[in-house]
Design a protein around this ligand. Structure first.
Ligand SMILES: Cc1cc2nc3c(=O)[nH]c(=O)nc-3n(C[C@H](O)[C@H](O)[C@H](O)COP(=O)(O)O)c2cc1C
Length: 384
């Protein structure tokens, strides 16, 4: 039982269903002294929001309200509770298809585990991608805390529908991807073409998100089961539609020679550091100091017009089901913000566990503010 809370010291609980009255997050373990208001949360939420080009037209207002844990503009060290009311919810369609679990969705698994009569069939219920609003809220707080460690977290699409797109070479490139409607560092036109074709064929495509935590400190990760790479894998694989995880060069390393696969250890400004990011900035599951680079693969959107076979739960008759209306041709675009959020949450938890971030109170200063402000500066003007 359970499973709705993530983290050891920085504990994030998400709650709520897609078509319920509201959803939200409770963040327990955020230190006192962090300046926080609703605008800070919106800076990240706008990039996850549907309604951008090539994302679903559902109008999610995503107006977060902070209910607790903030006083006089700063966190108090008490649980921070944030609520987002669900608007633009139309459940009629789900009434029509509630006896026929949608292929690719969590419907059948929930029916088998919890029983058909207990299952919230409206919009995927708890399994909906809408749950990730709560993750992005907690992620915004985590990113803000990481600003005080000098760490910036950015993500971008590196594969869309089987086509490769470049990795971010530096934090500026990572930030610039926030301005792209396709969340790519370079190649908006190519990405648009892929999505246009998918839509034309009433189909969808998958993709891969790369997340980089720039300038991460060394020492994050606890041997042996709470290695940083293991916790990042759990965090990122818990995102709906995530199907694969890689650290650094990932699966590519499996087909390389030992002589090619190691990162050199070199001296830089009087410090031994890794040259290259083949290992994703971690050795033995502990960060070595520098950039942490991970990837997560997302499957194509399941809700498409092309029919697929399913079974009526009551009659056990087989039939075809298709999802009418305009759909999201690629989940991966909206998953970037979620992947960044889960990475940031994991890093904050480990920074506290390693004694690098005071879990009780923090001193917010000009250098924290300067880094945090960058996220706000890299927002498409249509969204800010
Ligand atoms: C931000 C986000 C939005 C999503 N939106 C959709 C969607 O519009 N249509 C859809 O079929 N799946 C969508 N998904 C994926 C489903 O929620 C997911 O495939 C489903 O819950 C089954 O889980 P699984 O794919 O992890 O097995 C979305 C996922 C995320 C992260």
């Amino acid at each position: 039982m359970g499973g709705n809370t993530f983290g050891t010291l920085f504990k994030v609980t998400t709650w709520g269903e897609s078509h319920g009255r509201a959803l939200g997050a409770v963040i327990d373990g955020c230190p006192a002294g962090l300046p926080l208001d609703e605008e800070d949360l919106k800076v990240e939420l706008v990039l996850r929001r549907p309604g951008r080009r090539y994302t679903t037209p559902r109008k999610e207002g995503d107006e977060p309200q902070i209910l607790s844990g903030v006083f006089r503009g700063k966190t108090t060290g008490m649980p921070i509770s944030v609520i987002v009311w669900n608007k633009d919810v139309v459940s009629d369609y789900y009434e029509l298809i509630k006896e026929t679990p949608r292929p690719g969705h969590a419907d059948l698994a929930y029916i088998k585990k919890y029983g058909y009569e207990h299952w919230d069939y409206r919009g995927g219920g708890r399994a909906s991608g809408r749950e990730t609003v709560s993750r992005v809220i907690a992620g915004a707080i985590a990113k803000k805390l990481l600003s005080c460690l000098g760490v910036l977290v950015t993500g971008n699409v590196v594969n869309l529908g089987g086509e490769e797109f470049p990795s971010a070479k530096d934090p500026q490139e990572g930030l610039k991807a926030r301005l792209s409607p396709f969340r790519v560092v370079n190649g908006d036109e190519g990405a648009e073409e892929i999505l246009r074709n998918a839509l034309k064929n009433k189909d969808s495509v998958g993709g891969i998100v790369e997340v980089v935590a720039w300038n991460a400190p060394s020492g994050l990760g606890e041997p042996v089961f709470d290695k940083l790479k293991a916790d990042l894998a759990k965090a990122l694989m818990s995102i709906p539609a995530a199907v694969g995880f890689e650290v650094g060069y990932g699966f590519k390393l499996a087909s390389m020679r030992g002589s090619e696969a190691r990162d050199k250890i070199v001296t830089e400004v009087g410090e031994p550091v890794l040259e290259g990011e083949k290992a994703g900035g971690m050795l033995g599951g502990i960060s070595v100091g520098g950039n942490i680079r991970v990837r997560v693969a997302f499957k194509p959107t399941s809700s498409i017009m092309i029919p697929e076979k399913t079974v009526n739960i009551k009659t056990l008759e087989e039939s075809d089901i298709r999802v009418p209306g305009r759909h999201d041709p690629a989940i991966v675009l909206r998953a970037v913000s979620v992947a960044e959020a889960m990475t940031a949450i994991t890093l904050v938890d480990h920074a506290m566990r390693s004694g690098l971030l005071n879990p009780v109170r923090i001193e917010w200063n000009e250098s924290c503010e300067r880094l945090w402000r960058l996220y706000r500066e890299y927002l498409p003007t249509s969204l800010s």
